[in-house]
Design a protein. Structure first.
Length: 78
C-alpha cells in the first residue's frame, strides 16, 4: 500500500472511531493529501480544524500553489 492509501486509511479509521485528531496527525494527513494534489480533501480536513495555527496553514498554502490556485495560496498566506 502506498503512502496516500495508508494516509487515507488512517484518516478513515480515525473518523470512524470518533478520535479527535491531534495537530501532528492532522498536519501529517494534510501533507499527504497536498503531496498527492488532492486539495479538495485537504480543504475538507482543514475546515474541520477550529484552531489552525501556522503549522497547519503551511501545507494548505503549498497545496493551493501546487494545483495552480495561486490567488488562493496568497490569500491564505496573508
Amino acid at each position: 500500500m502506498g503512502v496516500l492509501e495508508e494516509g487515507m486509511e488512517i484518516h478513515k479509521r480515525v473518523v470512524k472511531n470518533g478520535f479527535v485528531l491531534k495537530v501532528m496527525v492532522f498536519n501529517s494527513l494534510l501533507y499527504i493529501y497536498v503531496k498527492h494534489g488532492i486539495i479538495q480533501k485537504a480543504c475538507e480536513l482543514f475546515d474541520k480544524m477550529h484552531d489552525a495555527d501556522i503549522i497547519l496553514w503551511i501545507p494548505m498554502i503549498v497545496g493551493y500553489a501546487k494545483v495552480g490556485f495561486f490567488g488562493k495560496a496568497l490569500e491564505n498566506f496573508r
